[in-house]
Ligand binder design. Sequence first.
Ligand SMILES: Nc1nc2c(c(=O)[nH]1)N[C@H]1C(S)=C(S)[C@@H](COP(=O)(O)OP(=O)(O)OC[C@H]3O[C@@H](n4cnc5c(=O)[nH]c(N)nc54)[C@H](O)[C@@H]3O)O[C@H]1N2
Ligand SMILES: Nc1nc2c(c(=O)[nH]1)N[C@H]1C(S)=C(S)[C@@H](COP(=O)(O)OP(=O)(O)OC[C@H]3O[C@@H](n4cnc5c(=O)[nH]c(N)nc54)[C@H](O)[C@@H]3O)O[C@H]1N2
Ligand SMILES: [Mo]
Length: 755
Amino acid sequence: MSNDHPIETAEYEGPVGGWGSMRGMAAIARIAKARPSAMETLKNQNKPAGYMCSSCAWAKPPNPHPAEFCENGAKATLWDLTTARCTPEVFAKHSVAELATWSDHDLEMLGRLTEPMRYDAATDRYVAVSWAEAFADIGARLKASTPKKTCFYVSGKAALEPSFLFGLYARAYGHHNLPDSSNMCHETTSVGLKQKVGSPVGTCTFDDFEHVDAIFYAGQNPGTNSPRILHPLQKAVERGCRIIAFNPLREKGLLEFASPQNPWQMTLGAPTEIADCYYQVKPGGDIAALTGVAKHVLALEEAEGGILDRAFLAEHTHGMEEWMDWVRATSWDDLERVSGITRRQMEAAGEVYARAGAVMGIYGMGLTQHVHGSDAIGALVNLLLLRGNIGRKGAGCTPIRGHSNVQGQRTVGITEKPELVPVDKLRELFGVETPEDEGWTTVTFLEALLKGEVEAYIGFGGNLVRAVPDQDRVTEVWGKMPLTVHVATKLNRTHLLPGKVSYILPCLVRAEEDIQDSGPQQVSIEDSFSHIYGSIGKRSPASEDLLSETAIVVGLAKATLAPDPRLPWDAWLADYSRIRADIEKTWPDMFADYEARMNQPGGFYRGNPANQRIWKTESGKAEFTVPECLDATGLEDAPGLYRLVTLRSNDQFNTTVYGMSDRLRGIEGERTIVMMSPEDIAAEGLQAGQRIALKTDADDGIDRQVGGLKIVAYDLPRGCVVGYFPELNPLSPLSRYDLASHTPAAKGIPVRLVP
Ligand SMILES: Nc1nc2c(c(=O)[nH]1)N[C@H]1C(S)=C(S)[C@@H](COP(=O)(O)OP(=O)(O)OC[C@H]3O[C@@H](n4cnc5c(=O)[nH]c(N)nc54)[C@H](O)[C@@H]3O)O[C@H]1N2
Ligand SMILES: Nc1nc2c(c(=O)[nH]1)N[C@H]1C(S)=C(S)[C@@H](COP(=O)(O)OP(=O)(O)OC[C@H]3O[C@@H](n4cnc5c(=O)[nH]c(N)nc54)[C@H](O)[C@@H]3O)O[C@H]1N2
Ligand SMILES: [Mo]
């Protein structure tokens, strides 16, 4: 394993998985106040006839392990199944102003919301309201609002059935303002990967892991954010697959793994080493690094011949000549300077690439959340194309998606882009006229909000005020909206910024039983590999007054829209299989025989043209791309300028903070920290443990600063600092986003240190 600079920094001794993850789970069960029976429920997680994990979007294999869940999936479920309750009595005791002073973690610890609540400005309290009153009032207010000035947000948790109905509801009401969490996440994939290979989602299937010979793994932290990927990675490595990691941080999950499913490895055996070569690129260095790898592959072709897949390149790609000219003209000096790694390292990775049979590219937020994130995806695609590594066994692009159904929501019509919606079908089947102009993304919604132009916000999940860029500016204006409605499971900070009229509508979680007129209901979700699975909850709900997300969409839609027999809301609600039948009618190719196939082991695959080498791009072929900028951050290095990376700790799900332990990075007890390389700490005349502030380097006249950050020495490239989302979100300017897709640039934020 190449390890260029071994230095004394915060570090976790054990492997990922192993006993540490078992202890992590036990602690969470205790802290989450879950009953012992919740641990039993976990046995059904991610299995046929069970419910699908509400954490990440990793595959649910057809032959599940006895325990097909990871530490963090278990945390998410136990957190949902807490016995703590945030009842109307809690709100009677504490005003909104008072609750707003609590920490995010303490708000979470109040537990599950139990009844619909309406904000009462006179007492500054949320008070209980009946569902009927809530729906009627919200519906009346929406009728009086301008549809194109309302925002319908979805975080990627809601299943396919409520998501499909939510999209129909928005369009029937008259807008496409349907941003979802994907807009802050893998929208770079939806737009960038689509431009390059015609597919807005990953091109691989789960069994490709059994055939892959080398993996180029960039900008994703598997140990924390998708731990179940470590099982197929471990198996692949044990078969001889080589893993080349690109990441400014040496993430534990990419270094070694002890399978909790393997009693021998848990007791006596050595953990499996995962990455073969680990390259600590600078934030934004991937375009240069991957181009350097490709440059070496081209050199090998010139020297030896037979390296490139000429037949594939001729038949299936476009733009190669122009791209090769650009690669030749790009100097090694520039590639080294921008990537932060050496020519020798890029050449070594090029050797691995050139000699490997099937190669896969895996990536996450380290590529997507940059100003030139789409170009970073393009650089990975360029490399893969050289040897025909898309559309064959073991090869392709695997973006690791975030929320459990974020990919699926896009599939069933949650999008602001009219061209992605089957307009004719919606008209023919449901009498819905799709608005012609594009709706809001998360960024354009926030721009409208800052201008005071938004009349209403209806959100299914999410804690937007905490999750978005320019947190302080957004916090100031959020409460000026005339109407805000939050469909949620737990109280969060966004709820504590009530609009003029504000509701919190509590819903069931996925592990809970959902009973409607025709009996217990199933829902379905789509994973990162375009497989769709049925999911059924069996726990009794946290409160009698909860509704399913589907029931809430139906309640709102009926209160807002004039009755129309072509939109049979009641029949849909009575039996969700009727919703699925209509999804199937809307997308007959992808969803053929939906009802039967979603319950087979491994679900069903909705297909992917790029996987079949059918390229739905402008040229009809896979595209080589010359990036607009070699540095994905778009920044020029300057004295005193640092590139800030914001990321997740091991003890959070996005804005839900479970606790203060970032176990795999050896950072405990605190989240207001900033990681820095020991060399930079020394060069700045600072000391580990000292507190500093960070200030955004921007010339828009807005002062963005976060103070009280404790310096943690960490093995990082120089000129880069790292800290946690959402605490550092006030530093992230709304104006910095991926130029192709509007995904906020949460990585590579330009900052200066303020001692
Ligand atoms: N337990 C848990 N699981 C989760 C989540 C959670 O919060 N908790 N969130 C879910 C969601 S919504 C999402 S989107 C995913 C996110 O999963 P990830 O994509 O892993 O997201 P981050 O935590 O932001 O980590 C980004 C990684 O990219 C690296 N990185 C940063 N900048 C660069 C760069 O310029 N180049 C390269 N090569 N690497 C870089 C960071 O060091 C880090 O390892 O996880 C999902 N799963
Ligand atoms: N600086 C920085 N900012 C980032 C990121 C980053 O890496 N750095 N990552 C971005 C990414 S990738 C994402 S996806 C966003 C996500 O950011 P968030 O919007 O914060 O994430 P969620 O997990 O969707 O939202 C959490 C809330 O959803 C509610 N909830 C939980 N379960 C359910 C449910 O089953 N149904 C409903 N209706 N509600 C539920 C709870 O009330 C909870 O408070 O943050 C983005 N922001
Ligand atoms: Mo995400």
